[in-house]
Ligand binder design. Structure first.
Ligand code: ATP
Ligand code: MG
Length: 331
């Protein structure tokens, strides 16, 4: 049976990239298949997180899920640390995955930079824990942004190696679902880098909770080129910053990038950027206001996450038990 799993790290405030590339698409899959959406706190601590801020960010990602339309009656919403089976299967997968596979992960290279000797061992092993997150539920579909494609492919490799080594047909081949115009929202100051929660400067991203003035200011200052908008998308091939703003507009208005370029053909940035800011505020403000309301009652968020964890564990526990049995672990 089809089953969806995905997650977001509570490693900072949610961005427009997280909204368009993940949350909005999570909502779209709800009701179509069984859906599990996790706040992946064990992944967040692969880089330093202040404990007080981590608790806050965990609840805030959950509030973002709820405010954007995820419904705890239709989706299982929970945080990873409450379901200990994630870490347990993660360990088993650390023993299945090969060091050479991890060495090929481009995200690790990006995040570690020149500092690879000083980052945590957890950051290096993170894709193996991500495989466990997915396969612990035998998830068949994983909606993610383009940046996670390589990790979902690794998940497939781990499933295949486990099945092969133990001569079983136990873990499924999960399909990465990467569709729509905003699977890679770019940084507003550098169109060759993706927008990230943990990026250096706040000016390079739109946060879901930014106010209208901040959103307008950030788009106004967003890097572009002097040329006006062309008639065809093809002419944007070597203009990544321009293309990014068109794609954001398309995703926010549920239109195709082609339709947006037709609407704004020949317009200058002085016309396009304020229209984009208005659209973003129109879409984000109701969600942000609802997040603020939900964050006033953290006990209610915790209740939803605890209940979700109980439901997640009911699926996870038998799959982990069977895995341990296959491996030969006495429990
Ligand atoms: P961090 O900088 O801490 O890694 P992040 O913004 O990359 O934060 P993640 O928690 O790593 O967010 O990713 C959560 C989900 O959001 C993933 O499915 C990821 O692919 C998606 N996502 C993240 N950034 C973007 C982006 N710029 N465009 C589209 N999707 C994105
Ligand atoms: Mg990331």
């Amino acid at each position: 049976t089809p089953r969806v799993f995905s997650g977001i790290k509570p490693s900072g405030g949610l961005t427009l990239g997280n909204y368009l590339g993940a949350i909005k698409r999570f909502v779209g899959m709800q009701g179509q298949m069984e859906t599990l959406y996790c706040v992946v706190d064990l992944h967040a601590i692969t880089v330093w997180q202040d404990p007080v801020e981590l608790r806050h960010a965990t609840r805030e990602v959950a509030a973002g899920y709820l405010a954007a339309g995820l419904d705890p009656a239709q989706s299982i919403l929970f945080n990873q640390a409450r379901v200990s089976q994630h870490a347990e299967l993660g360990w088993i997968f650390n023993c299945v995955a090969r060091v050479g596979w991890m060495n090929r992960m481009t995200q690790f290279k990006d995040k570690a930079g020149a500092n690879a000797e000083q980052v945590s061992l957890g950051l290096y092993a993170y894709p193996s824990l991500m495989a466990a997150d997915i396969l612990l539920y035998h998830a068949t579909h994983v909606p993610v942004g383009e940046d996670q494609k390589q990790h979902v492919e690794l998940t497939r490799d781990i499933a295949a190696k486990f099945n092969h080594d133990y001569k079983v047909d136990f873990f499924p081949q999960t399909i990465p679902v990467i569709d729509g115009p905003a699977t890679r929202v770019m940084n507003l100051r550098d169109g060759t880098k993706k927008m990230s929660k943990s990026g250096e400067s706040d000016m390079e991203r739109i946060n879901m909770r930014d106010d209208a003035d901040t959103i307008a200011k950030k788009f106004k200052k967003a890097k572009t080129d002097p040329a006006a908008l062309p008639d065809t998308l093809d002419e944007l091939r070597d203009r990544p910053e321009a293309r990014n703003l068109i794609d954001i507009y398309a995703a926010l208005s549920d239109a195709t990038p082609e339709a947006v370029i037709t609407e704004f053909a020949g317009a200058g940035w002085g016309r396009f950027k304020p229209a984009l800011a208005d659209l973003a505020v129109d879409r984000l403000a109701p969600i942000s206001n609802e997040m603020t309301r939900l964050m006033d009652d953290p006990a209610e968020i915790d209740r939803i996450l605890t209940d979700g964890a109980d439901r997640a564990r009911a699926i996870a526990a038998p799959i982990l038990s069977r895995t341990a049995e296959i491996v030969g672990l006495l429990r």
